[in-house]
Design a protein around this ligand. Structure first.
Ligand code: F3S
Length: 772
């Protein structure tokens, strides 16, 4: 009862190996003496014009990393439903009959978790019908595979169906690198970047540096693949991966499963890495490709990986040079717990109870949530099952509410068939829909704790910014492996260490967990699941009408933005000087707002509502020039209506977290022209430029303190820099609100010639439409 492995489907999903190998030979000819990392081999064999990208401005190929602008032609695009709306609205304005590369849409983000899959899924389908109809009709018209609500989470579906060794893909979601677990270069982008690939325009990437994470030893006991990336996040921090691809190397790689590698790559997003990748690993990848009905890809990949170095697309060259290396000994790795509120606050389990006490964090927690795109593999589920069985045999029930989110229908149907799901349900667990649900704020919590009260939850998810799960900014989300979340749910205490501590039983004895065990792949193969959850075929049909009701509050066609003025930006005012962390969740909140992803005016009402103003010290509270207090989107709207342009001032890693292009589109729509920050997260910086917002960084970070809300700002030199393809210096002239005192702030900018073109045209889409 497996999914039928239609030969033509598998062929259509096989990377173009012959073409890639020819291109690799061309790269060898251009760089005859240079050994290549795996990431470079795959990226460079996807260059539109290798000679231009690798030799121009790079000292003839000697200085590629961090210097070269790679113009890439990805093999495929995947989009989740929330971001697909804006990507498709942008694609539609290009007037093409079909997408230039294969693409898929996955309906996962808009499904609420509340009463269990059977109730939540039909309710969400009804509530989002207009948007799903729009996505499905666009998919049919343009030949995009449409995975309906209930089919699963984008990254799990991609791993099971599209990821393959040597593939290069873009995904409109920051955890797209999950596919690196199967040897693909998979990069999270905004919708405007996805449109580049969909219309066959080269997609630009500054050549990343490459960091080796060398794995030694072998995991055992409670340590899991999740702990590799959790401990790495602690070492490198949320900014540590910026500008890097993380390439896993070393003998420890061989001991991991394909899905374990995917978990590790998934959370590379939490350290800001461009992407993460594992080399083709026959012991893990061949069985996974076989069991997901792609044996022909396994055979081709194995043959390429067995070929000599220069022709081997799927392994790094011997002697490949990395920019740096981190070593992790898997044999010594302890389980980690990360959080709250940031994924790099990493604590080894053995120290966690002391840290809970020292910080005064809650001693109990209300919910344990396992699954999601990060951790719902067969291995994850069966390892958790082994723990639940131990506890059930001892007569125990979870003390915290226990939720399970399967990553795909294939996984759900398989663990259902194999009895794992029944074990969870018998223990009192609630199975949610195959969707993002509580991971993206779509959690209708029934225990009353989403009311602003401080409380703790444990999840096997990947991200834990304030308000991310239940909309309550005081909910402390502690990230851990699904095994740890499961075991801790039986105690309900944050200071419980399942390796050393026991749980008292009514008979006076004590129960102690034994280490979890599970199976990487189901011995009976994956179950097919509900046939209604299969994707639509990728055949374009020009006769399909895409309906967008002009009165809709969910969808609105896009109006082009105004081009850059012919001269400097003048008369801008500082809307808000943001204090501390400012993620894409801060700039464009998820949860109930996901509803308006296809309606730019409506979703703009959430702009920066999570931001703390350095002037008022309060969240979402700023003061206008007349002394009146407003929410940030209220003031932005007020200024938009009086044609008052504005800028945002911020601290480090502005826009960290996700590929959410709304975080760039909304400020642009409301009249934002510049974001001036101490530093930016990569995807967000690109998204800003694509939408015509100018990202600038302080040359001297101390100048952040000199600015305040309502200060007036104008640029000096910016127009020339944009006209000259990104070369030259920019200064800001600041006039203080109130005193009128004036001073200059030196800033840095980082634009490629193409990005200058986007900004001057008003947005990348304006430029595409003009060229079109
Ligand atoms: Fe969805 Fe959460 Fe993953 S939102 S795509 S399950 S990170």
């Amino acid at each position: 009862d497996a999914f039928p492995a239609v030969a033509s489907t598998v062929e259509a999903r096989t990377p173009p190996y012959t073409k890639l190998l020819e291109r690799l030979q061309n790269v060898r000819r251009l760089l005859p003496t240079r050994s290549l990392t795996l990431a470079e081999k795959i990226l460079f064999s996807h260059l539109d014009n290798a000679e231009e990208s690798l030799l121009e401005g790079t000292n003839n190929g000697a200085d590629i990393r961090g210097r070269a602008t790679l113009k890439l032609k990805p093999d495929r695009v995947a989009m989740q439903d929330a971001s697909a709306q804006m990507a498709l609205l942008q694609f539609m304005s290009c007037g093409l009959p079909s997408t230039a590369v294969p693409a898929s849409i996955h309906c996962d983000h808009m499904i609420v978790g509340e009463k269990g899959a059977d109730v939540d899924l039909p309710n969400s389908i009804t509530g989002n019908k207009e948007v799903y109809d729009f996505l499905e009709s666009a998919a049919k018209k343009y030949g995009i595979e449409f995975w309906p609500p209930g089919a699963g989470i984008i990254h799990q579906a991609v791993l099971e169906n599209y990821a393959a060794p040597g593939l290069m893909m873009l995904g409109t979601d920051s955890h797209t690198p999950n596919a690196g677990g199967l040897g693909a270069i998979a990069i999270g982008v905004g919708g405007a970047d996805a449109v580049d690939a969909l219309v066959d325009a080269p997609w630009e990437l500054k050549a990343p540096k490459v960091r080796s994470v060398r794995l030694e030893g072998k995991l055992s006991g409670w340590a899991s693949p999740k702990d590799v990336i959790m401990s790495l996040a602690g070492q490198l921090t949320v900014r540590g991966g910026t500008g890097y691809i993380i390439e896993y190397t070393g003998p420890g790689v061989e001991s991991l499963s394909c899905t374990g590698m995917a978990t590790i790559c998934n959370m590379g997003a939490e350290i800001g890495a461009t992407t993460s990748i594992f080399p083709f690993t026959p012991s893990a990848h061949i069985p996974y490709l076989h069991s997901t009905h792609r044996s022909s890809i396994a055979t081709q990949a194995a043959a390429i990986a067995a070929s000599p170095g220069p022709h081997n697309l799927l392994m790094a060259d011997n002697g490949a040079q990395y920019d740096d290396e981190v070593v992790i000994d898997l044999s010594k790795l302890e389980p980690h717990i990360n959080g709250p509120f940031t994924p790099d606050l990493s604590t080894p389990l053995s120290r966690f109870k002391d840290v809970v006490k020292a910080n005064g964090w809650p001693e109990t927690f209300g919910a344990g949530l396992i699954g999601s795109c990060t951790n719902s593999s067969y291995a994850d589920m069966t390892r958790c099952e082994s723990l639940v069985k131990q506890a059930s045999d001892a007569g125990l029930k979870p003390q915290a509410d226990f939720f399970i989110t399967p990553g795909s229908e294939q996984i759900r149907a398989t663990v259902d068939r194999d009895g794992t799901m029944q074990t969870f349900e018998d223990a009192g667990g609630m199975v949610l829909a195959n969707a993002c649900g509580p991971c993206i704020g779509q959690w209708s919590r029934t225990d009353g704790l989403n009311n602003g009260q401080a409380n703790a939850i444990f999840t096997s998810y990947n991200r834990n910014f304030p308000g991310r799960n239940d909309g309550n900014r005081k909910t402390m989300n502690f990230l851990a492996s699904p095994e740890l979340v499961t075991a801790m749910s039986y105690s309900g205490r944050t200071d419980f260490n399942p390796i050393t501590d026991s749980i008292p039983l009514p008979n006076g004895q004590h129960f102690q967990f034994q280490p979890p065990h599970g199976t990487d792949l189901p011995s009976a193969g994956f179950a097919a699941g509900n046939p209604l959850f299969q994707p639509t075929p990728p055949t374009p049909d020009a006769s399909v009408e895409i309906a967008v009701d002009p009165k809709s509050d969910r969808l609105a066609l896009l109006e082009p933005f105004q081009p850059f003025p012919e001269g400097e930006l003048t008369g801008m005012k500082v809307l808000v000087r943001v204090k501390g962390q400012c993620t894409t969740d801060t700039i464009s909140a998820a949860g109930p707002w996901l509803k308006y992803k296809g309606h730019l005016p409506n979703i703009s009402e959430n702009t920066l509502i999570g931001a703390v103003s350095a002037d008022t010290g309060a969240v979402n509270s700023v003061i206008d020039t007349d002394g009146s207090t407003h929410t940030i989107p209220e003031l932005a709207t007020r200024w938009k209506s009086s044609s008052q342009p504005w800028l945002v001032v911020a601290e480090h890693n502005y826009g960290e977290g996700s590929a959410r292009e709304h975080a760039a589109l909304q400020p642009r729509y409301l009249g934002g022209r510049i974001v001036l920050a101490k530093s930016f997260a990569r995807i967000h910086e690109t998204n800003l430029k694509k939408q015509g917002v100018v990202p600038l960084t302080f040359a001297n970070e101390a100048d952040y303190e000199r600015l305040a809300g309502c200060d007036e700002v104008e640029t000096e030199g910016l127009y020339d820099v944009l006209k000259n393809g990104g070369k030259g210096d920019v200064t800001l002239v600041v006039r203080k609100h109130g005193s009128g005192e004036s001073f200059k702030v030196e800033v840095r900018c980082n634009f490629s010639p193409d990005q200058c073109g986007f900004i001057l045209a008003g947005s990348a889409l304006n430029l595409l439409a003009r060229k079109g």
